[in-house]
Design a protein around this ligand. Structure first.
Ligand code: ATP
Ligand code: MG
Length: 254
């Protein structure tokens, strides 16, 4: 039971924070994951805590990209398992993408806790847990480059919500098409990914599920056109302008 009153003006944000704290207490989230969330919250505030036009365009492009993929894989970390386990499993089933647990701060116990949570939320197969299946991605150092030989290693499209910049770069260098959710349009991940959804993953994930359902009726050619018409750099600029406009408006009121 949540202790946050619904009437609190910041109830939504506090409820999301509470999920992270519960996730931390249950061994899903790393301490650093709490800090990463704080950085995300700050950008969410600046973005107006709602899904903007630019994010909707990125969600549409991401859905099209996922639908044309031969082998999409969703990378799951502790924050995602704490914030939206049900939705991430739902997305994986809908788009026929494999789930792989891939942690920045490698920790076997935490990995098992994440797997358990995903299973509890309906996941069947979860990659990334067997040592015998590990493969190394070139381009980054030691433990952080381990991926599953049947998952990210052979994927053509990788969905990496809340990822680190180094690893995003390594995935790009390995020839993967990368889709990310990242509230900070300035992060290296945002700048490096092919498609960056600048929105809170807790809001955008349902929109991505709905959009991929909607677009699944389209043929490959029209999906490819949606992808080709999308320009990630331009989209990131629009998000930065959104922040600038929000700040300008606030400065006038203050
Ligand atoms: P990078 O390594 O890409 O330069 P960083 O080092 O600033 O980024 P990391 O901790 O590596 O940050 O990555 C976490 C990212 O996840 C941050 O950019 C943060 O804004 C984003 N983030 C945190 N919580 C959420 C959330 N709920 N939804 C979307 N993005 C989030
Ligand atoms: Mg980082």
């Amino acid at each position: 039971m949540s202790l946050i009153p619904k009437s609190h003006p910041r109830a939504k944000s506090l409820l999301i924070r509470e999920k992270l704290v519960v996730g931390f207490d249950n061994g899903l989230v790393a301490k650093e994951g709490l800090l990463a969330h704080g950085r995300g919250e700050a950008f969410d505030y600046l973005l107006g805590e709602k899904t903007g036009k630019a994010a909707l365009q990125a969600i549409r492009a991401a859905a099209a990209q996922i639908l044309v993929a031969e082998m999409p894989v969703i990378s799951v970390n502790g924050n995602i398992a704490a914030l939206c386990p049900k939705q991430i499993v739902k997305l994986s089933k809908q788009i026929k993408a494999k789930l792989e647990v891939n942690l920045f701060y490698v920790n076997e116990k935490r990995k098992q806790a994440i797997i358990k949570t995903l299973k509890k939320n309906g996941a069947n197969e979860i990659l990334g847990s067997k040592i015998t299946s590990s493969k190394k991605l070139p381009g980054i150092d030691s433990a952080r480059r381990i991926v599953d030989k049947d998952g990210i290693f052979v994927a053509d499209v990788v969905i990496v919500p809340l990822e680190d910049g180094d690893r995003t770069m390594a995935l790009r260098k390995a020839g993967k098409t990368v889709i990310t959710f990242d509230l900070n349009p300035l992060s290296r991940t945002s700048q490096t990914a092919n498609i960056t959804i600048v929105d809170n993953v807790t809001r955008a994930i349902d929109l991505l599920i709905n959009e991929s359902k909607k677009l699944s009726k389209k043929n490959k050619k029209s999906l490819q056109k949606i992808i080709d018409d999308f320009d990630n750099k331009k989209n990131l600029r629009e998000n930065i302008i959104q922040i600038k406009n929000n700040l300008t408006r606030s400065a006038k009121i203050a």
